[in-house]
Structures are given as C-alpha cells and as structure tokens.
Design a protein. Structure first.
Lengths: 154, 470
C-alpha cells in the first residue's frame, strides 16, 4: 500500500515536467529540423494584417519579398472580432494608433500623397491620434475631412 | 539494471528538455540591442588576440576580454559558413543552453525512479525560474551569464569527480576563463570551496590554492594593473521597496552613505531567488495589489517558490542516516554558499540575471530535497497530504516552465522587429559609411527578418495573465 502511494506521488511529481519536456521537446525538434515549431508556429498574415498586429519583422519581410506597401489587403479579426476589412498598410498603421508603425510603413515605401492624404488624416482624427495626424500633415499638407469616406469605422 | 533504467529515463528527460530549449532559443534572431554594436566592433579586429587586448582596456568598470574573443570567433565562423551568422551566434547560444541541461542532469546523478521524478520537477524549477529567462532570452551577442552558469555546473562536476592533477588544472583553467568572461565568474571560487568543505575531493587543496592564486591575480590585474573600479552607486536604475530608484535618486538619497542601499540590494537579491519577489529589487506585487491587478502569474510564481523554499529548508534542517545535518551535504552547502556569494556581488544594483547562478543551484537544491521527501516512508494521511502538495507545486512549476517558451516566442518577435530600424531603405544617410559593415548588416538583417516567428501580439492575451507581461 505504502509502495503504491509512493509510486503515485512520484508520478504526480514527475508528470508536469514530463509533459513540458515532451510537448516542447517535440516542438523544438520540429523547429530545428523544419524551421517551424509545433507550438505557437508563425501564422500566415497579409501585409496589412502584419501592420495591424505591429509585427515589424513580418512587415519588412513581406516588403522585401515584393509585396506592394500601397496596395489594399484584407485584415481579419484584428481590430474587431469577426471583422473583415480591406485596408492599405498605412490605413492599418493609423488605426493601430502607434506612430512608430506609421513611420515604419512610410520608411519602407508607402506613399502619402494627394490621393490618400485626406483618408489617412481623417482616419487619424477618427482614432483620436493627433501625433499621427500632424505627422501626416507634415508629409502631405492639411486635408479637409468633409465628405471623406473612411475605409474603417473608428 | 535497476540503476541503469532510471538513469536512462533521466537522460531521456534531459534530451527532451534540451531539445525544447534549443528549439526556442535558436528561433530568436540575433538581437540589435546589445548585440549588433558588439559584432560590428568585433568585425574591426584583425585577430582574436586583438579582440582580447581590446577587452582588457575598453572599460573602466568591466573586464570581459573573453566575451569579445567569443564574439570574434563566432563572427569568423559565420563568415566561414558563407554569411550564416544566425547559425553561428544563435546555434552557439542554443548549444550552450542545451549543454546546461545536460550538465545539470549529470550533476544531479539520477539513480532511482523517485530520482527521475525529482529530476522532472527540478528541470521545471531550473527553466521556470525568473533568473533563467534572461539567460536564454537575451544575448550580448553571447550570453555570458549563461556561460557562467554552465561553468558553475562544470565546476561541480569536477568537484564530484575522482580528482587528480587534471581535475585541479581544469578547475583552475575554468576559474580563469570564468573571471575573464564576466565578473560573476568569481563565484566559481566559493562554489568550489563549499564543495570541498562538504567533503568533495575532486578538486584538491592544491586545486583550491591554485584558484586562490588566480583570484589574487585577477584582483591585481583589475585594480593594480588596469586601475579599474567596482560598480558605483547609481550605475543604473534599481528597484527599491515597491518602486524604483533612478541613478539620480540613488545619489540623492544614498550619496552620503550607500551602505543601507547596498544591504537592501544584497538581501533582496537573495530573497528574490527564494520567493520570486522582489523583481530586480522592486516588490512588483505591491504595486499590482494597489492597482487591483494581481494576476495569476504572481500567485503561481510566489506560491511555487515559497513552497519549494520551504521544502528545501525542511530537507536542510533534517538529518542524514549518518546523523549529520543535511545542510552540510554537497548540494545544500554549495547552494547556500552560491546564494550568499551571488547576493553579495549584487550589492550595487539589482538585476535578475546576476542571480542566475543562485537560480541554477536552487534548482539543484530542489532536486535534492524532493528526492529526500520521495524517499521517505510516511503514514497514510501524511503521504496523501505530501502527494497533493507536491502535485500542486510540480504543476505550478510546469506552468512556469512552459511560460519560458512563451517568453522566448515574445523574445523572437521583439528581436526580429528590432531589425526594421536597421538600414532603413528611405534613410540611407543614416547607414554606416563602411561598405563592409553595410554588407554585414544587410546579411544579418536578411537572416533575422526571414526567420519567421509567431506573431506575439496575436497570441491570446490571457497567456500573459499566467506567464507575465513580457
């Protein structure tokens, strides 16, 4: 009886460590062999999704691989659950409310010009990001939000 | 046969844990912060000797010439591999991390099935400790704290060997390498001495004498020849109570008499290993409590550490079959000496990684204590209570150990993202002027960015409640 209890105790003590070692060991081996772990592997995202998720490395990778930083891409369930919306990387960057992401997308080739300046500035107003709005004004001049249709409802 | 099978199970467990760690560490790109400047600097050295000499003279407070030597060697290896710098630097880091696990298991010496269970728990303690995260998440570009932790285990392995002049020479060489890698290398001496006091004779008196001579030579080199200073008051921000003190705050409050701050730092450094609080000198749970945000990570980490520390204390206070107190056994005594010495060198400011040696020894002490408890025959009621308590503690450490991999995914995400600011295509005026450096950075950036990792910001936010803000 005492021996059975001792074995049970030892098994209970060992189990969490064994589970962690086996689960992450197999995942780690997969990472070393194939470059892709089984636990928390990289997921496929569009360029605008990478921007929306503030994944700077992925943004740079996709642009280096030839993605156009001025095109519109689908963004799924990032800003709101069960939402699917088509945004340019710059629009997604403005919605993140993070100036460094806007800066990154501009640094890597996205243009702010007469065609998108009003949309971007009005989007910045919509998400209440004055720093980003001023940055965009510096790049393209002040735009009027009257009658501007936004690609995403703030 | 009864010994071989548990030993094989122990090694299988070690192999899985080492693979897990190596896989997560290798996925982290070379970091820009703290690494790229060092690598670029190494690229300017014409030889390994030049890197060593530069490491002797490039600072008034730190003496780490072998860190530069390793960086230079790994850079040369990356060049020899045709520009595969990730394989060289990150492969080396992953290899050292895996070796640490292997050496830990070697030092633990698994002999029975209860030992295997104790080892499984101890490996989660080792990898789940907050002092361990920095060893594998950060690189400078070679994590010298990890190297010192590895050397400590190597020293213990030598101390437990049969000894002889080769063991003595190896311990002296290891001590020299450790001290010239990082200041924490001096911890190897008290650990070897504690092993000797506990009856281990793998390192003889002559070996210890040789290490003492090296220690004296090290001080003479630092202070006498190079005129270096120790860590100064206000060298960097440090936690104090529930808040933190900036460098200016420290000088303002403790400029006349820094001793109270130093005593606080030493005590809190030791307590942080035993309780997982404070974090870098700061009692973060107090702030979380005030803000009404005490997430499960606090209960899991403090609860598991407090229970494990109680288990270790119980084991140390007990008597071995021969009648002597268990705290005089090799593992407990080395842990106590390592904890005290490690805390002492943290006097100037609190930093979690500095206590990493004590963290590794704590995991070894947890192994010894759990083995002791599992080996006891108890009455039914007590046995059930022990089983429930140990199951809870082991589960909590399992959660913490899994959390390490979560933090390493965050580390990979952050490190990859840092490269976006290097060589920005629309700001060529900010690029280095040397074409060779531009070529080196271009290649490293390409490798880092192309190494895909999980998008940490897309992982469920609930994970952070259990594994901590990253």
């Amino acid at each position: 009886m005492a021996g059975r209890m001792a074995r049970l105790t030892a098994a209970l003590v060992a189990m969490p460590g064994i589970i962690v070692a086996v689960v992450f060991g197999v995942s780690g081996a997969a990472r070393l062999i194939s470059g892709r772990p089984l636990i928390w592997p990289p997921t496929d995202v569009t360029l605008s999704e990478a921007v929306a998720l503030r994944d700077q490395g992925e943004v740079v990778r996709q642009i280096m691989m030839g993605s156009d930083p001025n095109k519109r891409y689908i963004v799924r369930s990032v800003f709101r659950d069960d939402e699917e919306v088509a945004l340019t990387p710059l629009e997604a960057a403005v919605i993140t409310r993070e100036p460094y992401i806007v800066d990154l997308v501009v640094d890597y080739g996205a243009s702010v010009n007469g065609r998108n300046a009003a949309t971007l500035q009005c989007l910045a107003v919509g998400v209440r990001q004055e720093t980003i709005r001023r940055y965009l004004v510096d790049l393209s001049g002040e735009a009027d939000c009257e009658g501007v249709e936004l690609p995403w409802r703030p | 046969v009864t010994i071989a099978r548990p030993a094989a199970a122990g090694w299988a467990l070690a192999a899985m844990m080492a693979l897990a760690l190596a896989g997560s560490v290798y996925a982290i790109p070379i970091q820009v912060d703290d690494s790229v400047d060092v690598i670029v600097r190494s690229a300017g050295f014409t030889s390994v000797g030049a890197a060593f000499v530069d490491g002797l003279y490039n600072s008034r407070t730190i003496l780490r010439p072998l860190k530069q030597v390793r960086t230079k060697l790994l850079l040369d290896l990356g060049n020899a591999l045709g520009g595969r710098y990730h394989a060289a630097f990150r492969g080396y880091h992953a290899l050292i991390a895996a070796l640490l696990i292997v050496l830990f298991v070697y030092v633990a010496r698994v002999r029975s099935w209860p030992d295997v269970a104790a080892l499984a728990l101890a490996l989660t303690v080792l990898t789940g400790m907050q002092t361990f995260t920095g060893l594998v998440r950060e690189a400078y570009p070679v994590n010298h704290f990890l190297l010192i932790a590895l050397y400590v285990l190597l020293m213990l392995a030598i101390a437990r060997s049969r000894g002889g002049w080769i063991a003595d020479a190896a311990s002296i060489a290891l001590f020299m390498i450790g001290t010239l890698t990082l200041e924490s290398g001096v911890l190897l001496w008290p650990i070897a001495a504690a092993g000797y006091m506990a009856g281990q004779r793998g390192i003889s008196r002559w070996g210890l004498a040789g290490m003492t001579a090296v220690a004296i030579g090290y001080v003479a080199l630092r202070v006498g020849y190079l005129g270096m200073e120790g860590a100064q008051l206000g060298e960097r921000a440090t936690g104090f109570g529930a808040g933190a003190l900036s460098s200016a705050d420290q000088i303002q409050r403790f400029g006349d008499n820094p001793v109270p701050l130093y005593i606080y730092n030493v005590l809190m450094a030791a307590i942080s290993v035993l309780l997982s609080q404070p974090e870098s000198g700061q009692w973060t749970i107090v702030e979380a409590w005030r803000a009404g945000r005490v997430t499960p990570v606090f209960w899991v980490s403090i609860g598991s550490s407090a229970a494990t520390t109680a288990l270790i204390a119980w084991s140390m206070c007990g008597r071995a079959p021969s009648g002597h107190r268990r705290w005089t056994d090799p593992i407990p005594l080395v842990f106590l000496a390592g904890l005290a010495a490690n805390a002492a060198i943290s006097y100037a400011y609190a930093k979690t990684e500095i206590m990493s040696v004590a963290g590794v020894l704590y995991a070894l002490a947890a192994f010894a204590a759990t083995r002791e408890l599992l080996g006891r025959t108890q009455r039914r009621g007590a046995a059930i209570a022990v089983a429930v308590l140990l199951a809870c503690v082991a589960s909590a450490w399992g959660v913490r150990s899994a959390g390490l991999h979560f933090k390493l995914r965050h580390g990979a995400f952050d490190a990859r993202g840092e490269w976006a600011a290097v060589l920005p295509p629309d700001a060529r005026d900010r690029w280095p002027h040397d074409p060779a450096i531009v070529a080196l950075l271009t290649r490293m950036k390409q490798e880092a960015v192309m190494t895909r990792s999980a998008t940490a910001t897309a992982l469920p936010r609930n994970y952070q409640r259990w594994w901590g803000e990253d």
